[in-house]
Structure formats: C-alpha cells, structure tokens
Design a protein around this ligand. Structure first.
Ligand code: PAF
Length: 255
C-alpha cells in the first residue's frame, strides 16, 4: 500500500525505519503520466523501497503564470502511484521545503547557461536547490531522471558528483505516444489540434538534415521555436504549441 507523507518530520521518522533497505527515488512535480509511470516501474524492479515526491517547486518557474497553471492532479497521481507500486510518497508543503524562504540556494556556474539555462532565468538554481533538498531528505541509493529533460539530468548528475551525494543518478529513456510526442505534464494543457501539431517535434528532431531544416519544419506546423540546438551528441528543441512550452531531444544518428 502507498503511504503519503505531508510533514517532513513524520517522513524523517519513517525514513529511519527504512535503514538497511535499498531505496529508489523518483522526484516529480505531479501531473503524472506514462513517463513517470515507467520511472516508478523501473525503480520498483531495482530497489526494495520506492519513494516518490510530488512537489510543484515554485523556485524553478521564472514565469508566475506558468506556475499558476501547472496541472495539479494529486488524487489521480496517488492512484497511479499505488498501481505502479510506489511505497512512500512525499507531498511536502512549500513552507516546510523552504523554512527560511529562498535564503539558501545552489549557484550553478555560467557554463550551464545555454538552452534551458538561458531561456528560463533562475530555473537551474531553483531546480538544483530543490533536488538537493529532496536527495538529502530521502537519502536514496538511486534516483531516476528522464532523458526528456536531458540538460536537467546532466546538471543533477554533475551536482551529485560535486557535492559527494551518495545517490546514483539513473538516466531513463523518454517515453513517447504513438505520434512520437514525448510524454510531459504540459501535454494536458494542449488542445487536440495543438497536440496533433506538436507531433512535428519528434519528426523534425529525428528526420531533418540540419537544425535549420528542423526549425523550418516545426514552424511550418504552426509552432514557435525558442531554440533548436545540438550539444553533447544530441539535438534539442524548445517550442511553443499555442501558449504551451514543450521541450524534447534525441541522440544524433552516428555516421
Ligand atoms: O523534472 C521535474 O519534474 C522537476 O524539475 C524536479 C526534478 C522534480 C525538481 O522539481
């Protein structure tokens, strides 16, 4: 049975009882979908105890409107987690996650200020700060992160190494729907038409001969491209379908 913990103090007590077990952790902001489900299922297979957190972290949103309309579906999330085999779910309150406001934070050096770092000021600072808090609260053996947020995955992997956090960061492949669209909590905000148009992202990422061609294909489908770049052997995109911001990336085909 899945148990939900809303206070950090009761979670601390529970965590003490789990010492000696192999703990796997999946951090989320809720609005769970098949991508999260696959992370939880893998976590279930590889650990004795599956811990999931649901916390819409305000400090990683640079746009207050985006924070406000971020989907919140707690009842459905808990039902999905029960089915996927999660044992413990942390649903902490904002005041407990930030007992001193936002006084202490991780400063991520300038070199990550491309793509998400450049276009979402404060995002990496807020994201790494909350991930550091969560990793300290859970003290997991492994934590599972999706490759859809590849830049996030890289930064978290480096941070864990840098601060000697004894949690292995496990990268997990992006889950896609039949059209190729990457599963994302933000897909819930898309109209049926915008969702159909958004399928161009994966087609362009995988099929276009150059970044310029990929951008043109995406714009021809009515999306507004924020960036389309190649780094670390992968092609990345961020684009707006209507007013919904979507990101995706794929490995570049080797020659
Ligand atoms: O990827 C997410 O959902 C969030 O960035 C995370 C890792 C849960 C931190 O808030």
């Amino acid at each position: 049975m899945t148990r939900a913990w809303r206070s950090t103090e009761s979670w601390r007590e529970r965590r003490g009882e789990l010492n000696g077990k192999r703990i796997g952790f999946v951090p989320t902001m809720g609005a769970l979908h098949r991508g999260h489900e696959s992370l939880v299922e893998r976590c279930r297979r590889e650990n004795d105890v599956v811990v999931v957190s649901i916390f819409v972290n305000p400090t990683q949103f640079n746009d207050p409107k985006d924070l406000e309309r971020y989907p919140r579906t707690l009842e459905a999330d808990l039902a999905l987690l029960e089915k996927a085999g999660a044992d413990e779910v942390l649903v902490p309150h904002r005041a407990e996650m930030y007992p001193h406001g936002y006084r202490f934070r991780i400063d991520v050096e300038d070199s990550v200020q491309v793509m998400e770092g450049l276009h979402r000021p404060g995002y990496f600072q807020g994201m790494t700060t909350v991930v550091m808090k969560l990793l300290n609260m859970v003290r997991a053996d492994r934590a599972y992160f999706g490759e859809k947020d590849f830049q996030q995955l890289r930064v978290v992997t480096d941070m864990v190494q840098e601060f000697f956090i004894p949690t292995e960061i496990v990268p997990c492949e992006t889950v896609r729907d039949e059209s190729g669209l990457a599963e994302s909590s933000r897909n819930q905000l898309l109209s049926p038409e915008a969702r159909a148009n958004a399928a161009v992202l994966y087609r362009a990422l995988t099929g276009a001969a150059s970044t310029g061609e990929a951008k043109a294909q995406i714009e021809a489908a009515g999306l507004r491209v924020e960036y389309l770049e190649e780094h670390w052997g992968r092609r990345f995109v961020a684009a707006y379908a209507d007013s919904v911001r979507l990101i995706d990336n794929v490995p570049l085909a080797s020659e």
